[in-house]
Structures are given as C-alpha cells and as structure tokens.
Design a protein around this ligand. Sequence first.
Ligand code: ATP
Length: 336
Amino acid sequence: TRILGIEGTAWAASAAVYDAATDDVFIESDAYQPESGGIHPREAAEHMHDAIPRVVETALEHARDTHDGPEDEAPVDAVAFSKGPGLGPCLRIVGTAARALSQALEVPLVGVNHMVAHLEIGRHTADFDSPVCLNASGANAHLLAYRNGRYRVLGETMDTGVGNAIDKFTRHVGWSHPGGPKVEAAAEDGEYVDLPYVVKGMDFSFSGIMSAAKQRYDDEVPIEDICFSLQENVFGMLTEVAERALSLTGSDELVLGGGVGQNARLREMLAEMCDQRGADFHAPEPRFLRDNAGMIAVLGAKMYDAGDTVALEDSRVDPNYRPDQVPVTWRTDEPE
Ligand code: ATP
C-alpha cells in the first residue's frame, strides 16, 4: 500500500508518501511563521493556499520516482488528508486539494483525524500493542486510550492546549512564535519559583498558571526561573495524569504525541515515571511529533487497508473533529 498524505490543520503545510512495503515515510513540509504574535487563522490559510500545491508536487514527484508499476498507473493507492480538528480556513484548503487529487489520480480518499494520527504514529513506530497516548500539542492536551472500538479521552485540558498556553506566555514577554523551544532553552539556567499546579481528577488547567507566570514576569522575577518553573509544573501535571491513565487502564505502554513532545524535560519526566512503574515509554522522532503529513499517510494506509475510505460527497472537513468520534476500523484487537 502506498498513500499520499496531506496535513494542514494549523501551521504546517505538509505532504508525505508512505510506502507500507518498505515502511519508508517521505515528508515535505513548509511551516507558517507569523511575523508577530501567534497563529493568525487567515494568514495561516493564505500560507496553506501557497504552500500546499508546492509540498504536494514534491511528494508526488517522489511517489512517481519510487513507483515501479506501469506508467499509466497512479503512483499511490489513495489520498489521505487531515479532516480535523484544526482551523477551518486551513482545513478547507487541504480538503479541496485532497478531493482534486483523488479525482485527478482516480484513487479513493481517506479522511484522517489529526489527533488519532498523532497517537497512531507513536503506536506504529514503537510497535506497541495498546498504549495510552499523551497528546501534548499546540492546540490540544489529552490522554487517550483504546476501548471498545474507539479512542476514549481519559483526561484533557479544561482550557487551552499546552503549546498554546506556553506560547501565550512567550508572547507576553515579547518572544517570537513558537515559544516552546525558547522556554526550554531559558529553563536550563532557572531555579524554582512558586506557580500554581492544577490537576482536577483526570483533567488539568493551564490558565491560572499562565496568568501567574505573566504576573511574575511583570514583577521582575528572572525569566529563567519562570521558564524553569513553568516546565516543572506544566509537565509535572501532564506526567501525573499520564500515570493515572496508565493505572486506570492497566496498560504498561505510554506513547507521546504532539509538538510539545519535542521537549527534553517532558520526555525525561515521562520516561522516569514509566521506569518507576515498569512501563515502556516511546517518544517518536521529532519529525513525527510536530504536525506532519507522515502521520496522516501512515494512519491513512491502515484505514485504506481496512476499507475505510470516504466518498467525495462525505469528505467535508470538521474543525471540531474529536478523537472519540472516530470508529476505529483498522484495529482488530478484541474489546477489553
Ligand atoms: P495540534 O496538533 O493540536 O493541532 P499544533 O498544530 O499547534 O497543534 P504541534 O506541531 O503539535 O502543533 O505543536 C506546536 C507547539 O509545540 C507549539 O505551541 C510550540 O511552542 C510547541 N513546541 C515546539 N517545540 C517545543 C519544545 N521544545 N518545548 C515545548 N514546546 C514546544
């Protein structure tokens, strides 16, 4: 099976070709970089409009170069696209591109849930059976686990996504987008100052801690100390809930997903927690953690093989597409 994947939920215009026979994932991405402030939906959509045709052309070239079938045969078996969740104006461009390509290449369409793709790429690269997944991305933060044909949301943020929360703080202090890597660098020289820590059962909240962090900055607390403490508390909260999710499900596998998963301190905390309970931990390589079409193509292949394609007239994008809305057609495990 060979799948062309297209991703464009927010900032990454990305196209990929996944070849199941060789397990090779070719990814071409073009990131939107806001000139000031955070992600602006209209500007992000303009970026998609310019960049999607370019990245798709590069991916298709790769697909043609590596295709050993007849000349007149399509170089891929299907076109998979990120159907949601994400920014509506961006998703609509991706949906239109995917429909056009599916018609031009005369291959079926596969509509992929972006959050489930974050999880499945972790499961795929780790060869894990039935892990709990911590999705720590820009616009999201949640714990997922499989049960009875669906990925269930076991715990989630009560306000913003974890990356967006960090980015709001860095905007306040005048750092350019994205803020996560800058906080990580500054935290290296920091010491702990008191900040809120908010976990309620399986859910968590970032708004109080971010307001307090901004206040500390305005009170002239050294920025390194605030960054250090932000990481300790925010990642500590995620680690605590991830542990509770492992305990609740009885799973001994944890995978990480999302752009914030590139953070070494978060990975260290999760690895340590897993080590202490005898669980296995897997963080995919960075190109699979941040938004990328590789994960769309890989899950697209599993869905295609399960016959889970979508007719043109049912291929509308869904900005609020939740992971627990997705019938998991590609897993054959017995319900637990
Ligand atoms: P979603 O997948 O929920 O739609 P998204 O599209 O915003 O989210 P991702 O690529 O998953 O994108 O994550 C981007 C976020 O990751 C940004 O908020 C950025 O600040 C954060 N990030 C990137 N690198 C790091 C890092 N080293 N430490 C912490 N955060 C990071």
